[in-house]
Design a protein around this ligand. Structure first.
Ligand code: HEM
Length: 456
């Protein structure tokens, strides 16, 4: 099926079908307990029931999209907006006025403000910071010592995003605080999304207190960053200056709350997704030494023995394919939601106004209908000769359409550089106590990866 072949039908017309109900629901809870118990397996099995299926979360009906073409149609259609359980849970973190949760004209205006900082031609200016932070990792890591990949990956992700986009100096103490706050906040948000116990989250229990403390510290940090820039009187050409000088549709300066929410909305998804992907890449380098050796060989050939630099990234094509394949099998953003704003249709199925729609890049990117040997880690599938056979929307780790991640070029450049530098410097082994099971939260990453770097 292609989007073009999805027959446009008038919403409400009798030709539209009601999506089939997924199997395995139980009275009262519906599919909620299956989703909570093993969300990745649950989402991956839904395609057996149809291209669009209904799932019951308690009394509520949610529509799951399982066909890649229809995820493209969903993301590109004006009938759906950013809303639903994922975004409602994120609003507590990202605020209601940030680019990731806004809709309509507010969202369009905000995208116009932030977009220049992420344009392809803006990325080389971030090269020196990306290089410095990546090489700093290999200097910190001592051969034979145990590396806690979670904190190290967060550290570089936060520092690069903050230094490139907000031009802050971000001493270790502030980056550390940001990492700790973000880790607790994302964990708490995920619980609130999958187990919506409402008022129970307001009780003064230790977990709720920790969550509230972390959230407060995150907002305090952002206030500090903004206040520091204002008091410095400096106006570097960066994203923070663009936000501080942004105007609303009437030409008036945007409000303090919007500036704050925008910084949170950019810094937090940026850090969590990059950190999760670096953790997955480290796991792959440890588990697939033959792939790490291939990356190392490419690095040697491209750099001719010089330290890996940003200018080499363009020619590190195999390394780029390793990053792509890691993002295919372990996409940081594994679930996305939308809400229908009108009675509409998707793939010939009736979708009522107000319906929540969900789809999983994890399930789509592992679907055997789209990929040969779908569970095998095979970076060569991204060779242009082979990748042309992969369906158009079967690999969209950065999303599609007007909500597509603004940071796709930034992220790919950074992740390719990090992979090249790390694989070129060390071999990695897991150490006892390391737990490489996939941890499902708002993003996916290995649970508690502990690695020993060994000299090359
Ligand atoms: C591996 C890295 C990353 C991945 C896989 C990723 C993935 C995504 C995806 C899938 C979306 C679209 C959500 C949707 O369609 O509903 C998104 C949106 C977004 N991402 Fe990323 N992202 C990454 C890195 C970053 C970074 C580094 C930043 C900022 C520094 C960032 C900022 C944003 C923002 C602001 C949005 C909201 C865009 C909008 O709604 O207009 N992301 N990201």
């Amino acid at each position: 099926m292609t989007i073009e072949s999805v027959k446009p039908t008038t919403p409400g017309s009798p030709e539209l079908r009601v999506p089939p109900l997924a199997g395995g629901g139980v009275p009262l809870l519906g599919h909620g307990w299956r989703l909570a118990r093993d969300p990745l397996a649950f989402m991956s099995r839904l395609s057996a029931h149809g291209d669009v299926v209904r799932i019951k979360l308690g009394p509520k009906t949610v529509y799951a999209v399982t066909h890649p073409d229809l995820t493209g149609a969903l993301a590109l259609s004006p009938d759906y907006i950013i809303a639903g359980p994922l975004w409602e849970s994120l609003e507590g973190l990202l605020g209601k006025e940030g680019v990731a949760t806004a809709n309509g004209p507010l969202h369009r205006r905000q995208r116009r403000t932030i977009q220049p900082a992420f344009r392809l031609d803006a990325i080389p200016a971030y090269g020196p910071i990306m290089e410095e932070e990546t090489h700093a990792l290999t200097e910190r890591w001592k051969s034979g010592e145990t590396i806690d990949c979670t904190s190290e990956s967060f550290r570089i992700a936060v520092r690069v995003a903050a230094r490139c986009l907000l031009r802050g100096q971000y001493m270790d103490e502030r980056a550390e605080r940001l990492c700790i706050a973000l880790a607790s906040v994302f964990q708490g948000m995920y619980h609130r999304m999958v187990v919506p116990l409402g008022p129970l989250y307001k009780l003064p229990l230790p977990a709720n207190r920790e969550f509230n403390r972390a959230l407060a510290d995150l907002h305090l940090l952002v206030d500090e960053i903004i206040a520091e820039r204002r008091s410095s009187g400096q106006r570097p050409d960066d994203l923070l200056t663009a936000l501080l000088e942004a105007k609303d549709d009437n030409g008036d300066p945007i409000g303090e709350q919007e500036i704050h929410d925008q910084v949170v909305a950019i810094l937090t998804p940026g850090s969590e997704t990059i950190a999760s992907t670096i953790m997955s890449l480290l796991l792959i380098l440890a588990d697939h030494p033959e792939q790490a050796d291939k990356v190392c060989a490419e690095v040697d050939a491209v750099t001719c023995g010089k330290p890996v630099a940003f200018e080499h990234v363009r020619r590190l094509t195999h390394t780029n394919n390793v990053v792509m394949e890691a993002m295919r099998l372990l996409p940081a953003v594994w679930i996305l939601t939308r809400r229908a704003v009108a009675d509409t249709e998707l793939g010939g199925y009736r979708i009522p106004a107000g319906a929540d729609i969900v789809y999983s890049p994890y399930a789509i990117q592992r679907d055997p209908r789209s990929y040969e040997r779908h569970l095998e880690f095979d970076p060569d599938r991204w060779h242009p000769q082979r990748s042309k056979d992969i369906p158009k929307y079967a690999m969209r780790p950065f999303g599609v359409g007007n909500r597509k991640c603004p940071s796709d070029h930034f992220s790919m450049a950074l992740l390719t550089l990090v992979t090249a530098v790390l694989a070129g410097s060390f071999r990695f082994e897991q150490v006892p106590g390391s737990d490489d099971a996939t941890r499902v939260g708002i993003t996916l990453h290995p649970k508690q990866l502990l690695l020993k770097p060994l000299p090359r």
